[in-house]
Design a protein around this ligand. Structure first.
Ligand code: ATP
Ligand code: MG
Ligand code: MG
Length: 598
């Protein structure tokens, strides 16, 4: 077992492995009942975990935590992790989501094909077994059909202080219940007219054990089973069965399900006693869900952002979906690193967004080629070009390493010419104290003449600012400077002229125009949906800004999804959908430094 940060789940798994808790299992290859489980070969997996999304939306960064956890545990302990679509709720589920979820899991770097077999499952494939198990529970007097209205059921459930009261239908015989349940299945009753309930204890201190429902009537077409069923199992009944049929050993879920665990155990223990499932059965363990500042992790709310067009789709680069993070330029490695760093614990806490950004920077720092880009262009005119180089048409070749620590990546070539693009910010007509970039000659407060500043053009020459060109409205149109000969970077004596400022630039003659999308947080509040607040009321109106900038010629060969570090600006990615050679479109991933900490 590789050295990984220890957490309570690893402790549980290591204890179970040492005790041989799951050593006696069999695996028939296809999920099946107790007979299948007994007939199969010894299970080749030492543990089995599962990631069980409901295909009712795209996965988000919270799901990434669960994916990294479940697939990571299986990888580290010689186990297998299943991808299971928890598709027992016919109305909200769609094939588009199934496909998107598969793509997200694979992109994150995980694979449900392990040890030569695919471990991709659909809960709806177990509807027959779930139905048979329900009939068995009815036969054993452990379930009954309740014809109370939903309101009556709610009213008789009691609350934390008051025990519930028995339904008048609770005393029916197994035969009566079985007949009624089959009528439900055969479509003889209206949606909502009755439910099948477990028969546990209406006075239990745990409200989740007060005869929770097992089946409801719902006429809805299911993406997998079509119109075959008009009754569907409830999540809390279906989930433990899904786990057991798939030989899951450690069923890991978020803390909200802690109160459901006794019912999870009840379902599995009763079905083992009835001979439908085999021991050793799965056990549920809970961890704290991921809450990330400035982010919403609820599929329902993310769907609302998409449906109401507050964003451009599930993969809008501002979305915390895996598809959105991917398009924004986050890498699978960065997300995995993030999940490792935040760890898992049994508590409810908020993680600062800067933790995710930090992981991205740590991943891309060593990978992303460097480049120069100018995002808010201002023209710099070198007035003595012809004097120095003999011709206005001369271009002075420059080069820079693709990555300062990785010489094997080679160099980028570009050239200096008489006209350059620089950042508007790199010029101030009247500089504040401590400003070391371009400013023209002027008279100081004491009336004395102050020279124009000396600045190094990175990888190029030192220039001295000589003046400014303005239009009739007084707006700056261009900056004038003269080039200081014999100061070219990398040549002997280049440092003879000292400068306090270094600026980045691109040549007007060889720079490529680029659409650059600058993204900011989607919400203005760190906990957008806290305390029942309408998260739409705190949408950041300035979450997307589009500028036209210029990038150095090395980006001519950029392909969609290529990532760069623009010197002084941060990390950028060529947009996966809109970028094409000849039409550069870039998304800003994040800055060079943490811009999230307040
Ligand atoms: P949502 O409320 O966004 O719809 P969900 O939990 O209902 O999320 P599922 O598709 O059922 O969505 O989730 C699949 C798995 O992902 C579950 O095991 C769930 O525990 C886990 N998961 C969902 N959200 C988070 C989160 N924020 N942090 C960690 N795990 C999560
Ligand atoms: Mg769910
Ligand atoms: Mg949910």
């Amino acid at each position: 077992v590789p050295a990984k940060p220890q957490n309570f789940l690893r402790g549980i798994i290591e204890r179970d492995l040492a005790a041989g808790t799951y050593a006696g299992r069999h695996w028939a290859g296809t999920p099946g009942d107790a007979a299948h489980q007994a007939a199969g070969a010894p299970d080749p997996a030492r543990i089995r975990t599962r990631f069980p999304p409901e295909p009712n939306g795209y996965l988000h960064v919270g799901h990434a935590k669960s994916i990294c956890l479940n697939f990571g545990l299986a990888r580290d302990y010689g186990g297998i992790c299943h991808l299971r679509f928890d598709d027992t709720n016919p109305e909200k589920e769609e094939q588009e989501y199934v496909d998107a979820i598969k793509a997200a899991v694979q992109w994150l770097g995980f694979d449900w094909k392990a040890q030569g077999t695919s471990h991709l499952f659909f809960a709806s494939d177990y509807f027959d077994f779930m139905y048979r198990a329900a009939e068995a529970l009815i036969g054993a007097g452990l379930a009954y059909v309740d014809e109370q209205t939903p309101e009556q059921m709610r009213a008789t459930r009691g609350d934390f202080n008051t025990p519930g009261t028995d339904s008048p239908f609770r005393a029916r015989t197994p035969e009566q219940n079985l007949a009624r349940f089959r009528e439900m299945r055969d479509g003889l009753h209206a949606d909502g007219a009755m439910v099948l309930r477990s028969k546990i204890d209406m006075a239990s201190p745990n409200i989740n054990l007060r005869d929770p429902a097992l089946y409801r009537i719902k006429r809805a077409t299911h993406h997998n089973t079509g119109d075959r069923w008009c009754i569907y199992p409830m999540y809390s009944y279906a989930h433990p069965i899904e786990d057991a049929l798939e030989n899951i050993s450690h069923s890991i879920c978020t803390l909200e399900f802690e109160d459901q665990r006794p019912f999870y155990d009840w379902v599995l223990d009763r079905l083992c006693e009835l001979g439908l499932l085999a021991q050793p059965r799965p056990h549920q363990y809970e961890f704290g869900r991921l809450n990330l500042t400035y982010v919403i992790t609820s599929k329902r709310k993310l769907k609302q952002l998409v449906d109401e067009k507050h964003v451009a789709g599930w993969d809008d680069p501002r979305m915390p979906t895996i598809a959105g993070l991917r398009r924004r330029g986050y890498t699978p490695e960065a997300i995995q690193l993030f999940c490792e760093r935040i760890g898992v614990a049994k508590d409810y806490s908020w993680i600062d967004y800067s933790t995710l950004d930090g992981a991205l920077r740590d991943d891309l720092e060593g990978k992303a080629p460097r480049a120069m880009a100018v995002l808010e262009p201002l023209k710099l005119i070198l007035t003595n070009w012809k004097e120095v180089f003999g011709s206005e048409a001369h271009l002075e070749p420059c080069s820079a390493p693709a990555h300062p620590q990785r010489p094997e990546l080679g160099t980028r070539d570009f050239s200096l010419g008489p006209e350059l693009w620089i950042e508007q910010d790199d010029f101030k007509e009247v500089p504040l104290k401590g400003y070391h970039r371009l400013s023209p000659p002027r008279f100081g407060d004491d009336g004395a003449k102050v020279e124009g500043t000396l600045v190094r053009l990175k990888y190029g020459y030192v220039v001295q600012c000589t003046g400014v060109k303005k239009n009739f409205a007084g707006e700056v149109e261009a900056v004038y400077a003269k080039l200081i000969p014999d100061t070219k970077s990398g040549t002997p004596g280049a440092d003879a002229v000292k400068t306090k400022g270094v600026i980045t630039w691109v040549g007007v003659h060889d720079a490529l125009p680029a659409e650059v999308r600058l993204y900011d947080r989607l919400f203005t509040e760190a906990q957008p949906d806290a305390g029942g607040r309408d998260f739409l009321s705190v949408l950041n109106p300035a979450s997307k800004k589009v500028v036209t900038g210029y990038v150095e010629p090395s980006l001519a060969s950029a392909k969609p999804d290529d990532k760069f570090q623009f010197e002084r600006h941060g990390y950028f990615v060529a947009d996966a959908k809109d970028h094409a050679p000849g039409a550069i479109v870039l998304n800003k991933i994040t800055g060079l430094k943490d811009g999230w900490a307040k």
